[in-house]
Design a protein around this ligand. Structure first.
Ligand code: ADP
Length: 228
């Protein structure tokens, strides 16, 4: 059986910030439903790679293909629509909207996509239950713990049914117990919905949840074949 073609693939990505080379010919590919850990020391270019793959940062050169379409050639408006409909994001610090309740935070991406309030609320509640935070719906982000907030952020990232979830150090601000819980729930939900996950981390304990590891060093990404 031939393996699935990549859902998202990048070839020869280069990106410089002034005199600093962040990406120096990076290659990357992920298949539907695959969980790939992007590892490497601080400053090696991991976040820049993730931001390019997600269409947030334009590389100076190189090509990114998503589902056969060239992300690097898309107009900005089309790329931002794609980010809303096909991609989900989790960052190191949840980045929840502090003025909204947790349930409103989870429903927000649906509301932005034009889903009616009642349906958005119902789907938000389902996802909060899945992430074991359904008792926090009425609380504001400032009233919940770091681990709880991060599980709310994961619910928000998956509520639209993204094909790719981008997670940048999702457990970086958590203790190991809460980090494990976030990773278990995040990867379980991604597998249930067949979402691919690009997981940036510097922790082997977190990378252990992936199918495959890619190591970034000096702006170059290298595939590490690892037994599943
Ligand atoms: P990592 O995620 O592996 O820590 P980054 O992709 O954040 O690495 O950074 C790679 C290099 O690019 C670093 O030297 C960093 O300082 C630099 N860099 C990243 N983003 C910017 C930016 N917006 N402006 C200037 N330099 C940046």
């Amino acid at each position: 059986m031939t393996p699935d073609p990549p859902l998202l693939a990048a070839a020869d990505l280069r990106k410089a910030y002034g005199p600093t080379t962040a990406l120096d010919g990076a290659e990357f590919a992920i298949r539907p439903g695959e969980i790939v850990a992007v590892m490497g020391p601080s400053g090696s270019g991991k976040s820049t790679l993730l931001h390019c793959l997600a269409g947030i940062v334009r590389p100076d050169s190189g090509r990114i293909l998503y589902g056969g379409r060239e992300l690097t050639a898309m107009p900005d408006a089309e790329r931002s629509t794609l980010r809303r409909t096909d991609f989900g994001f989790v960052f190191q610090f949840g980045q929840l909207v502090p003025e909204l309740t947790c349930a409103e935070n989870v429903a927000l991406p649906l509301r932005l996509n034009g889903v009616k309030r009642k349906e958005a609320e119902a789907r938000a509640m389902e996802w909060m239950a899945r992430l074991e935070v359904d008792d926090l719906g009425r609380k504001r982000p400032g009233e919940v713990s770091g681990g709880q907030g991060q599980r709310v952020a994961v619910a928000r990232s998956l509520v639209t049914g993204p094909r790719v979830l981008f997670a940048d150090e999702p457990t970086g601000a958590l203790d190991s117990l809460n980090g494990e819980r976030v990773m278990r729930l995040l990867t379980g939900a991604a597998r249930d919905t067949d979402a691919a996950v690009v997981l940036v981390t510097h922790e082997t304990r977190v990378a252990a949840y992936s199918d495959r590891e890619v190591v970034v060093r000096d702006g170059k990404a290298r595939d590490m074949e690892r037994a599943r």
